[in-house]
Write a protein that binds this ligand. Sequence first.
Ligand code: IVH
Length: 695
Amino acid sequence: MNRPDAERRIAELRRQLESHNHRYYVLAAPEITDQEYDRLYHELAELEQHFPDLATPDSPTRRVGNDLLTGFVTRRHAVPMMSLDNTYNETELREFDRRACDLLGVPALAYSVEPKIDGVSISLRYEHGRLVHALTRGNGTEGDDVTANVRTIAGVPLNLRTPHPPAVWEVRGEVYLARRRFLELNAERAAADEAPFANARNAAAGTLKLFNPREVARRRLQAVFYGCGEISGATVSSQAELFAQLRELGLPTPTLTWQAAEIGGAWAAIQEVAEKRHALPYDTDGAVVKVNDFARRAALGATAKAPRWAIAYKFAAEKAVTRLRQVTVQVGRTGALTPVAELEPVSLAGSTISRATLHNFEELARKDIRTGDWVEIEKAGEVIPAVVRVLTERRTGDERPVPRPEQCPACGKPVRATDDEVAVRCVNPACPAQLKERLRHFASRGAMDIENLGEAMVNLLVDQRFVSTPADLYELAPAAWERLKTCEGLGDKSVANLMAAVDRSKANPPWRLLFGLGIRHVGTRLAQTLTAHFGGLDPLFAASVEELQKAEDVGPVVAESIVAYFMDAQNRTQLERLRHAGLGFADTAAPAAPPPPNPFQGKTCVLTGVLEGITRDEAAALLRRLGARVTDSVSKKTDFVIAGDQAGSKLDKARTLGVEILDAAAFLARLPAGGEAGGGGETETKDLNDLRDLV
Ligand code: IVH
């Protein structure tokens, strides 16, 4: 492509990408799929690579910087960021209204009511439409410049969507982690044996202060705006108008906002916020009531701390009282013993709760929690409910203290409390609870993805002494497999399925094995980074702490943990057995090429019957390479059933469930063109041999 054409195409692609971002984040009405978005994005990135001087800093490809930050510069807010006064009931709310009406000498005031988002406040400054910086609230007068991190938030426009931007446009709002994303991140952390974030707000605050914008981008922060700072070259005269302008300029706003003609309407709106807040993607801790008219706001002014024109109505933390039936002890993969409160079921924040976390035995002792106690549980920030206190006034004398275990509840061996951490650990490497947890982790979806090896099967395999480590699984003798078929609840079919799944897992890329080993601090992503960096597991095993730290995201703690794992003789033996069993240690695909855009990416597919022109194994390998998950049985979660001749019950089930069914020809027709990943040629000739190259 010649330069003028490239320039035109780059401008067009940026316009399209920005427009799709706007549709997705502001209008919540996307027009294209994620894959189509990625395709446009990659086309732009490629063009910018060919014509580097056309790659401007406000391009959508430049949101994430590669460099680590060395710190945050402090900057002054053009208009101070104030905080809000709080109220907790209707009387206080009406008093606030009365004071404001009296000050202005008016009979009633109109209000805007919005959810109070439990995130981290942020102020963005756009000059002539371009984002120049993003500051945290700091002390209200000056905050930290976190622009590099805020640029990674896909919903924050780098340029305002207007041909005539105002000279200065400062907007204020909250940065947050969507609840779903927060749960995902915590699950990842748990899998890597890292401490989870206490709640989404803490996670967002911690993320915004990271020095590594790439990691910030991966966490996928979001933002929502509800206020303004300095504005010049535009006029805004009310909150309702502000919301309209924010949306117009491409800035996301809360999906639920109310306009009330007087305080009674504002109170009704608060009730609605309380009802609907659990359906919002972010945590909320109240509602904010603001005088709608900006001229009236100016007349009301502010106290030293907060404006007189707005007030936060705080919802009480959701609490419930119930009885503690007993404390059970869970043994984790690393032997850590966690006390769990087993409760009489009680309704809390829209769900029935019968278990709550007690974190650790130190906390249990500090709160003096006893079996039989009436306890108050709280769901703070929408996390797992926790026991906050004991209602000692309700004690009868029959309550029994919970002793700190001296033996592991699973294996009976003595436990050890280490000095440097609060955890009580079972240090018996043969503890069946640990073996089960390790096996479950090894077989889990994110790791070796061994279907049919769920909790019940793991329990059976370990309890009946068929296996105790992952390597045993691959070394089970034919006679043992036969014997397994005779176990209660199992049959020929389920055992054959398990056997096949175990066998298939040998072909997994080595990062899955690395993650599956359950090394402390090694999560899925780090496992991928490490295998790609070292080209496989063997060089990784041989690496020193210093060498490991040359890989991205590896610090001293992680490096030590990895070296300690490989120094352990038992771990090494286990690995050699896995190698001997045929598991791949070399990263043949390093660096792994991302799958080309295709309709199967992220989908769950089932293959059945005799497919014309391709074997089922080939088709399965192809699908996996394209980012699909291939499973054995059809369920509601199945996206496609690819069926050939002699397909039987799976096809029937797909029809009953309304799952999309493809025959071999339709399946092949939907594959991307072979050879060069991404295809994109005008005539997409799908030679099966080219397709096989993809595998
Ligand atoms: S307006 C002059 N509106 O709550 C202060 N604040 O407790 C104007 N917050 O620092 C703030 N949702 O970070 C406003 N819809 C909303 C809000 C909101 C959350 C936060 C904000 C503020 C804190 C005060």
